[in-house]
Write a protein that binds this ligand. Structure first.
Ligand code: GTP
Ligand code: MG
Length: 199
């Protein structure tokens, strides 16, 4: 691997688009509903226990967290969507900040990949479908990662992967099964990320 994942730090927890870093490094964004496992996936990719905060109370984070990995790329932890109990005012902050990430990001051309996470048990929710539709329309490169596959037995797993891959929203999109608990998918996703970031 070309990057030293040990050499990672949280560059900034951005609450406004003005705080998005201006560094000319490839950005890899993690998108998905609240509680889908974005922060856990970042910790798994980096081999760290708790660099990215894993929420016991979901939907708390409404900042965009930029992790500088070895000065070679940013892993960008987007706030989770679809958290039903979130206050309406917080939902508005979520959508405007995330929207700004895609529309007011000076380094949008550095956005090498959006990793769209889908929970293997919840399958594709309406919010996921909207996001996948948005990604398809945007022309941005993206991949679907199916999280928490360790929670399923063999039959359930096959059913979940079949349902997700046959959805109209994932046609022509690569799908990677993933578990932060077992590490399944970690190497495959790293390969995918490094290739998109041209590292
Ligand atoms: P928000 O920051 O609220 O948007 O959530 P998130 O998408 O960052 O999810 P987070 O990583 O905080 O994980 C949410 C919960 O799911 C935690 O209790 C994790 O321990 C659990 N979890 C995450 N990944 C996995 C996984 O691969 N397997 C299992 N079994 N649990 C997981
Ligand atoms: Mg999180």
């Amino acid at each position: 691997m070309a990057v030293n994942t040990q050499n990672t730090n949280l560059r900034i927890s951005a609450g406004t688009d003005k705080q998005f870093p201006s560094d000319q490094m490839p950005q890899i964004a993690l998108s998905g509903r609240s509680n889908v496992g974005k922060s856990s996936l970042i910790n798994t990719l980096l081999g760290r226990k708790s660099l990215a905060r894993v929420s016991s109370a979901p939907g708390k984070t409404i900042t965009i967290n930029f992790y500088d990995v070895d000065k070679k790329l940013f892993l960008v932890d987007l706030p989770g969507y679809g958290y039903a109990k979130r206050r309406a005012s917080d939902k508005a902050v979520w959508s405007s900040l995330t929207d700004r990430f895609f529309t007011a990001n000076r380094n949008i051309d550095r956005l090498s990949l959006v990793v769209q996470l889908v929970d293997s048990r919840a399958r594709i929710t309406n919010d996921d479908a909207m996001m996948l539709d948005y990604l398809e329309q945007s022309g941005l490169p993206y991949v679907v990662v199916v999280t928490k596959v360790d929670k399923l037995n063999k039959t359930e797993r096959a059913e979940a992967l079949e349902e997700i891959s046959s959805s109209p929203y994932t046609q022509g999109v690569d799908i990677i099964p993933f578990s932060s608990h077992t590490g399944e998918g970690k190497q495959e996703l790293w390969k995918y990320i490094l290739s998109k970031a041209e590292l």
